[in-house]
Design a protein around this ligand. Sequence first.
Ligand SMILES: C[S@@+](CC[C@H](N)C(=O)[O-])C[C@H]1O[C@@H](n2cnc3c(N)ncnc32)[C@H](O)[C@@H]1O
Length: 227
Amino acid sequence: MSGDPAAHETGAGRPISLSEAYAVQSPDDNRALYAKWADTYESDFAVPRRYIYPRAAAELLCERFSGSGPVLDAGCGTGLVGEYLRDLGVAVVDGIDISVEMLAKARAKTAADGSPVYHKTFEVDLTGPVDIVGDTYSGIISTGTFTHGHVGPDGIAELLRIARPGACCVIGVNASIFEPDGFKDRFERHATEGAINGLEVHFRQVYEGADSSDPDQMAQIAVFAVG
Ligand SMILES: C[S@@+](CC[C@H](N)C(=O)[O-])C[C@H]1O[C@@H](n2cnc3c(N)ncnc32)[C@H](O)[C@@H]1O
């Protein structure tokens, strides 16, 4: 999401502004926001804003991911990342999200071969322990979830726990909070401690034509392998 003040109509016809989306603070705030937004998230936000962040992250993962194991989309929302991953040839994609309404949209999506985009989906709050056994995923990807008032850097440790050794991870963070909220330090600490290897951070547009001087229109995408 960017700092654009444009309003987005909800299914109930009430507009959601991005300042409202950025004002969330708690998991319950997020559940309430995305319950209202799920119906119109793509038609009134992703499509008109030319939201290219999911595609950019999926491409970064697929440039490195060679395995056939499952990939987890953390904060999958309506399933935009999953669609790109399946189009790019990833066979098994699971999705987790706190919002049952967003998960319902993701579950309804089908890939080019007619199969569901997501193999499995789970309702998960990434601000706490994740009920998935360790060493499960060969790849983990996330866009739009590590942002204002959503999930902070503490959420990264659980993703590392459920990733297999050597798993390819592509974790996008809103550029305006990447350093101030401690994401940069957290990734560097995980690297220093050997929990992750080969850390790269890619500065990418969230929207096609985004103003790179506005950090809310940009993402810092951390790419690494789990140690
Ligand atoms: C801006 S949307 C991004 C969705 C999708 N990844 C995309 O790029 O279109 C943010 C997503 O994070 C989810 N979310 C917010 N807080 C969360 C939490 N604590 N745990 C898991 N998911 C959360 C929301 O429900 C929403 O689907």
